[in-house]
Design a binder for this molecule. Sequence first.
Ligand SMILES: [Zn+2]
Length: 220
Amino acid sequence: MFVGHYAAALAAKPLAPRAPLWATVAGCQLVDIGWSVLIMAGVERASVDESLPGSPLVLEHMPWTHSLPMTFVWSIGAALLARFFLKLPVWACAVIGLSVASHWALDVLVHRPDLALWFGGPMVGLGLWNYPVPEQAVEIGLIAVAGVFWAAWRNEAGRAAWPAAAFIAFLVTLQIAAMLTPLSPNPVQMGASALVVYLLVTGAALLVERPGRAREVASS
Ligand SMILES: [Zn+2]
């Protein structure tokens, strides 16, 4: 799953308005950010098999980022970082932690069985990746539903509508671009390109809520 993960970040905003969007946007992809780095470092392994139906990505070894126990570690770690560095209220930190955990739950939907329930334990994954049309529909659908709730909440909060519309359009464009771009089998290229995209989306989320926007809108 790619942009579908960001639905969790959009849905988190009305639940915990004090949690910055950039933090839940980075949070919902945090384990994939870690994966990008560990793939480049050769600690986790992936390959490309073009003969597969749908996504050609074969995730051979990713215990540090995509096992269920490590999901808890990443989630709690993110919540603690938010508490100590961003000085956010406990509820906002908990929602940032939950955004991290949402990654694993959504990955279960689409991955082939490559998500470990325990280190070296049974692997799960419902394999929606094998059915590219429904898989893309689920991802775009998640963004659409969460995006509508998020945009409505922003509207009630008196925020401008266009940054939300631009952000959602950016996500949908990325999903289409990812669909049309062949995956590099080279782990460094694979990890680096994924990392750049995750950081770009986090930067875009920061722009959507850049400081002063609320005041700017309120005074206009
Ligand atoms: Zn993932």
